[in-house]
Design a protein around this ligand. Structure first.
Ligand SMILES: Cc1cc2nc3c(=O)[nH]c(=O)nc-3n(C[C@H](O)[C@H](O)[C@H](O)COP(=O)(O)O)c2cc1C
Length: 215
């Protein structure tokens, strides 16, 4: 049995391009990795609370080695739940819009809750070392406009950031599908769907799911 963690970020429900694309990918994954168990987390329908002082203190206490073995202060309970969802997943499917060139605030809060010193990464003299087992992460990113080289074009800070921050906790197998120009009309949407198909054909058959490889 393979477990997929499906994270949705867009607040736009059924009209969301990233959600629709991710649902299509999920169907493909279900056929390819049957039986597929899906853990769903909708960061728009159930937004996570902003980082609190209590969370910050408990997080820093963990970083300083001040928590007892197995001790989970109440302020870290939600973070532990989110990390447990990641740990339970053999694959992650993340569907998100681009907001102001990077991740939406709701996704950033999820990141702040799962990227924790001495829990999901360790700081060493050589830099941060991820503590989670690697597993495929498929990220679908919808952007209203184009991303391209040259003056006047917008930059994509989302893709490199997402890869960097997930890599920090050990998730280095991140594949990003960016669907540009969603705000520019049906012709561009059709191009995005073609791109989705090509990307899926190139990416999904080669996915190495560690627990499946070991089985
Ligand atoms: C607050 C906000 C910021 C946005 N920033 C950008 C941006 O920086 N670049 C871009 O191309 N589109 C931007 N958009 C447009 C969305 O990325 C686009 O509508 C996308 O399709 C939303 O994803 P969804 O269709 O999955 O909901 C922004 C939209 C909102 C609401």
């Amino acid at each position: 049995m393979t477990t997929l963690l499906h994270l949705n970020v867009s607040p736009r429900g059924e009209t969301s391009h990233s959600r629709r694309a991710a649902d299509w990918i999920r169907q493909k994954l279900a056929a390819q990795h049957a039986p597929l168990t899906v853990l769903e987390r909708d960061l728009a329908a159930d937004p996570l609370p902003p980082i609190s002082a209590a969370f910050t203190d408990a997080n820093m206490a963990g970083a300083a080695g001040l928590l007892k073995e197995g001790e989970v202060p109440p302020a870290l309970a939600l973070s532990e739940t989110l990390i447990a969802e990641l740990e339970a997943a053999d694959m992650v499917l993340l569907a998100t819009p681009m907001h102001n060139f990077t991740v939406p605030a709701t996704l950033k809060t999820w990141i702040d809750l799962v990227v924790r010193p001495e829990r999901t990464f360790r700081s060493t003299r050589q830099g941060k070392v991820g503590l989670l087992r690697d597993r495929p992460v498929l990220a679908v990113v919808a952007c209203g406009g184009p991303v391209r080289e040259g003056p006047g074009s917008q930059q994509d800070f989302l893709t490199p950031y997402l890869k960097y921050v997930l890599g920090t906790i050990g998730l280095t197998s991140v594949e990003v599908l960016r669907m540009d120009n969603t705000a520019r009309g049906p012709e561009y949407i059709a191009q995005g769907l073609e791109h989705l198909q090509t990307w899926a054909d190139a990416t999904l058959p080669g996915l190495v799911v560690p627990t499946e490889a070991a089985a």
